[in-house]
Every structure is written in C-alpha cells, then in structure tokens.
Design a protein around this ligand. Sequence first.
Ligand SMILES: NC(=O)c1ccc[n+]([C@@H]2O[C@H](COP(=O)([O-])OP(=O)(O)OC[C@H]3O[C@@H](n4cnc5c(N)ncnc54)[C@H](O)[C@@H]3O)[C@@H](O)[C@H]2O)c1
Length: 262
Amino acid sequence: MEVAPVDLTPVDLTRRLAGRVVLVTGAGGGIGRATVARLTAEGAKVAASDLTAPDVPGAALTLELDVTRRAAWDSAIAEVQARLGPLDVLINGAGLAVTKDIEATTAEDLRRSLAVNLEGPFFGLQAGIAAMKARRAPHAAVIVNLASIAGQVAAVPLAAYAAAKAGLVGATRTAAIHCAEAGYPIRVVALCPGFVETAMLEGIAGSLGETEAMLGKLARRQPTGRLGTPEEVAAAVAFLASDDGAAITGEALIADGGFVAR
Ligand SMILES: NC(=O)c1ccc[n+]([C@@H]2O[C@H](COP(=O)([O-])OP(=O)(O)OC[C@H]3O[C@@H](n4cnc5c(N)ncnc54)[C@H](O)[C@@H]3O)[C@@H](O)[C@H]2O)c1
C-alpha cells in the first residue's frame, strides 16, 4: 500500500471527513446511530443500514442490509455508490449477543452468532475491498470492524460472541496485511469497546440478573467506574476512519475504560 502521507494540520474536526462516503451497518443500534451522527457532523455523507432501513437523523441515505447475506452486500454497496459516490469508509457495526456460556450454547446459537458477528463483517470486508481497491482518491479507504473486548479476554457468559469477535480481530489483521501487500489503498482496523450503554448491553445485563443492578456491576468493573457511551465509541470510530488514523492498519484498538488493562 503506497499512500502518500497526508497533511494533518490544521485539523478542523467539523471537516475531518468532508465529502467522504461512508456505509454503516447496524446503524439502527446504539453505537450505529451515534456513529452516523458523529461522522455526519464531521462532514461525511453517511449511508445508514440495518435489517430494515433505519430511521437515523443525519443520514444521507438509509437502506436495508442483512449483513449475513453475501449477495446483499454487493447490491447495497452498488446503491450507496450510485447515490452518494465512491465508497471511502465502511463501518461494520451490526452485531448480536447471545448470553450463554460454552456449556449452554446450542449449535443454533453458535451459528447465529458467527453469522452476524463474523460472517457478516467478513462478507463486508470482501465486498468493501472489491469496491475500494482500485480507488484513486488521495487518502486511503478505511474499513472499521466493531469487535469487542470479548475478542481480547475471556467473556464467560458470551461464549459464541467471544469466539466470533476474536475471529473478527483475526480477519481484520489478515485483511489489512492482504490489502497492504496487494498495494490496495485500504486500511483495515478493529475497535474493541468495553461495556457501552446500549440495548445490546441492557439485553446482556437482563440475561445475567436484574438489569439495573447488573449494569451497575458492569460499570464498576471498568476502572473508569462507569459504562462507556455510544458517543465515545463513535468518536474513536471517527478517529480511525479519518486521516488522523493514517498510521493505523491491522490493529485492534481497545476503548474499554481500562477493563483489559486491569
Ligand atoms: N454495547 C456494548 O457494550 C458493546 C461492546 C463491545 C462491542 N459492541 C459491538 O458494537 C456493535 C454495535 O453494538 P450496539 O451496542 O450498538 O448494539 P445494538 O444492539 O444497539 O445494535 C446492533 C444493531 O445491529 C443490527 N443487526 C443485527 N443483526 C443484523 C444483521 N444480520 N444485519 C444487519 N444488522 C443487524 C440490529 O438490528 C441493531 O440495530 C456490535 O457489533 C457489538 O457487538 C458493543
């Protein structure tokens, strides 16, 4: 990959992603919505997708994309490019948590988790690379995969989810080096949030005990003493997706309030 260094000064955050065309999956969820808002505020033209076209303020385009369907990826990216222009950034945000330990996980739980959390973004990597590899823009294209600390350390009540997210970090590294070695101007990165206040975490907490009590317990497990916010995750996504992240590829960035460091 040979992409000339970009001039990073002066940095105007309201224009950092000016005109960049972005596709976000899982955009109807907590982190997805915040990501659409953040990237839009930074000047991007954002296509927001989910199982059904999500109603997301600020999106330049909303569309349906079930990430588990390989062929649907090609039509979604074709639609985004026809309506908004060449794809600059893909955010693989769609995800699904099955709160079961390894003994309780059924074959169907495992398949469902792998389909959404690993196959989906893997298909996204394939479709994204195909769309971005011949680009001529002065900046690199970027694929950001929403992985998790569950892919970094043991997550006992989330056995299938942890396996999928660890796999996603492996796919990220492999795709990043593939792109670099093939000379494609594409960076591929993963972001590993900790416990973030969204419907997904509420679902996990509710499966483990009384929801509010469990959320409090999870918050106290993060050294910062609180849950992360979707906006904080979105800010990290924006950094990775922008030229400020130009030196970063094949990396899994942890944004967990210090959970893994403890
Ligand atoms: N909330 C957390 O604590 C946390 C922590 C680490 C990582 N993550 C990851 O961040 C991402 C966003 O999570 P969130 O907390 O906003 O969850 P969320 O449940 O609020 O949103 C997830 C979205 O993904 C969508 N989705 C599910 N299956 C899909 C499919 N087959 N095709 C397309 N969309 C599909 C859902 O409809 C939903 O809108 C996920 O990948 C999740 O695993 C979340």
